[in-house]
Design a protein. Structure first.
Length: 259
């Protein structure tokens, strides 16, 4: 299927590895030019070089912390007329309710709620003026089914979901869509970190920790960045213009619900 987005320009945050890279690769395969952001210069440059070689598209790199005002300014300056925005940032650390201070919540909200909101506020006016745009926010399955150990993430990402629910319906008539992707467990560095938490808590090895978590997923495996990226690319396509303000759950069936 031709997604109809060849020649468009996309900002992909946290795009040097994991789910962000999966999205960047899928967009590049459709001929989308990229502004690729991540904090680590070396990994970012390596990913950009691989994407250029594989897909033959222009890739501009911006090594910056997008959760800071300076980082966001640098990313936006590299792509003043973005057609596509994919927001993404690493989640806050796990713990329990008694662990977290007010400052912990502020950091989580700043990174996982206020940062994507600020990026949307920067690109949406241009998308509205041009009559076309796609925003995809990478959030979490915890928005649908909270994860006790990820209370900071539950809080921040649910707030972002509420913002998107209202904003998406205000810009849809101008050809601009905003949707969220809610990943379950995927084979990324984040999954490895959470698996190590199980190892530490239960005194088991990584293989046992992973098998334990996979057993809770009906698909009996972790998702891949490639299949996640393909879903993102579809939501950015010309075929997805009637999908507005939705939360797409990619969790291998882990969330058990009829609706």
């Amino acid at each position: 299927m031709d997604l109809g987005i060849r020649g468009r320009r996309a900002i992909v945050c946290a795009g040097s590895k994991g789910l962000g890279r999966g999205c960047a690769e899928a967009l590049a395969a459709e001929g989308v030019e990229l502004v690729l952001n991540a904090r680590g210069q070396e990994a970012l440059e390596a990913t950009a070089a691989a994407i250029r070689e594989r897909h033959g598209v222009a890739v501009t790199v911006v090594a910056a912390d997008v959760t800071t005002p300076e980082g966001r300014d640098a990313v936006i300056a590299a792509c003043r007329e973005a057609d596509i925005l994919v927001t993404n940032a690493g989640g806050p650390p796990p713990g329990i309710w008694s662990d977290w201070s007010r400052e912990d919540f502020i950091r989580a909200i700043d990174a996982n709620m206020l940062t994507p909101i600020a990026l949307m506020q920067a690109v949406l006016p241009g998308m509205v003026d041009r009559g076309w745009g796609r925003v995809v926010n990478i959030t979490s399955q915890a928005v649908r089914s909270p994860i006790a150990a990820l209370g900071l993430s539950n809080t921040a990402r649910t707030g972002l979901t509420g913002f998107v629910a209202g904003t998406a319906r205000q810009v849809a008539e101008r050809g601009v869509t905003i949707n969220n992707l809610l990943p379950g467990i995927h084979a990324t560095d984040r999954a490895d970190a959470l698996d190590r938490g199980v190892v530490a808590a239960q005194g088991i090895d990584m293989a046992a920790a992973r098998a334990q978590r996979q057993a809770a997923i009906p698909a009996r495996r972790y998702g891949t960045p490639e299949e996640f990226g393909a879903t993102c690319a579809f939501l950015c396509s010309v075929h997805a213009g009637f999908i507005v303000g939705q939360n797409w759950l990619l969790d291998g069936g882990a969330f058990n619900s009829t609706f």
